[in-house]
Design a binder for this molecule. Structure first.
Ligand code: NAX
Length: 327
């Protein structure tokens, strides 16, 4: 039996947490041979900690053979201690009438604190995946506090957007989902994101030769993927949770699987026209478990360049709104 890895999860009593923890404990994230210890972190609110107790009772009741322990805490120093993976799901939601700048700053304070603690107490091989919105900028903020852990250990999730795009292309082409490959998300996890359909393939052929309706690809396709979160809220009365948890399972699973090619928001070094040091979605190839390289060299036409410029601008603007916090 392998040594258990420690997986810290913030926002563990939230809706994504409720779909996520059982998948981690079952082996879906790290594989059927890898035992885990879940270190569950909630906000210091009585109701949240009480709800977390209930979730842990349910984890116990699943009798997962791979689950070797659970920690429940509202103290980040305890929750991130020796963690190999830190999954930052918890965040402050946007309240009625709240400005985006205020949301960024409120969350900025949370992610500054968590970034500092992770850097101080997590395992030497710690990896961080941010889901809590605004995910890209929260990730940048957490990474800004790290002195020991390199910035490429901090990633944000755009995998839900990739999965959404793959599913939409398959539906439009009338093919099985698995026929759609190499659809990558560039930029921010927000409606400005760009699902780069020109590089996707369907049944081994360029997607644009299978779906020849370029008006649909440039318009409704990009919009549907970008605004899917809002459509789910409108239909379900609550934001996407099971699909977000599933995407985080995919995000981490791909990052620990050498050779996997997938979309991740990572620190930009200027590739694809993104400003250096924003966290932007782009295609990566996993090299060794937990490490990756950005796949360079996909050609971008004028449409793609304009979409990337727009999502880059949003990321740069978000960074400007929190500049004094991370200085
Ligand atoms: P919930 O509001 O159901 O749960 C969030 C939980 O986080 C709450 O239980 C809260 O008490 C906890 N929390 C707040 N501050 C905390 C802190 N400082 N430390 C630890 N826990 C804290 O939200 P949920 O639906 O689970 O969504 C979580 C986050 O994911 C939100 O920010 C949401 O916007 C974001 N999403 C990101 C997605 C992505 O693709 N990147 C997609 C889904 C989702 O919208």
């Amino acid at each position: 039996m392998k040594t258990p890895i420690r997986v810290a999860v913030t926002g563990a009593a939230g809706q994504i947490g409720y779909s996520l923890l059982f998948r981690i404990a079952s082996g879906a994230m790290f594989g059927p041979e890898q035992p885990v210890i879940l270190q569950l972190i909630e906000a210091p609110i009585e109701k949240a900690m009480k709800a977390l107790e209930g979730v842990v009772m349910e984890l116990d009741d699943c009798a997962f053979p791979l689950l070797k322990g659970t920690v429940m805490t509202d103290d980040a120093n305890v929750g991130f201690k020796d963690a190999n993976w830190c999954l930052l799901v918890g965040a402050k939601p946007r309240g009625p009438g709240m400005e985006r700048a205020d949301l960024l700053k409120d969350n900025g304070r949370i992610f500054i604190g968590q970034g500092k603690v992770i850097d101080a107490v997590a395992a030497d091989n710690a990896r961080v995946a941010v889901v809590g919105n605004p995910a890209n900028t929260n990730c940048m903020i957490a990474a800004s506090q790290a002195k020991r852990l390199p910035a490429d250990r901090f990633t944000a999730m755009v995998r839900l957007d990739q999965n959404r795009a793959q599913s939409q292309l398959a539906k439009k082409a009338g093919v099985d989902l698995t026929a759609v490959k190499d659809i990558f998300i560039y930029g921010n996890h927000s409606p400005t994101m760009f699902p780069a359909f020109a590089h996707a393939t369907i049944g081994g052929k360029p997607a644009t030769s299978v779906i020849t309706d370029s008006v649909w690809l440039q318009g409704p396709f990009c919009e549907t993927v970008g605004k899917r979160g809002a459509a789910i809220i409108a239909a379900r009365g609550a934001s996407s949770a099971a699909s977000a948890a599933n995407a985080l399972v995919d995000h981490v699973r791909s990052l620990v699987t050498p050779g996997a090619i997938h979309s991740v928001a990572v620190k930009s070094n200027g590739a694809y026209g993104f400003d250096a040091n924003v966290w932007a979605g782009m295609p990566v190839r996993t090299t060794t478990p937990g490490s990756y390289e950005v796949i360079q060299g996909y050609a971008m036409d004028d449409f793609a360049k304009s979409k990337i410029a727009a999502t880059n601008k949003e990321l740069v603007d978000e960074r400007a709104m929190v500049a004094e916090m991370i200085a």
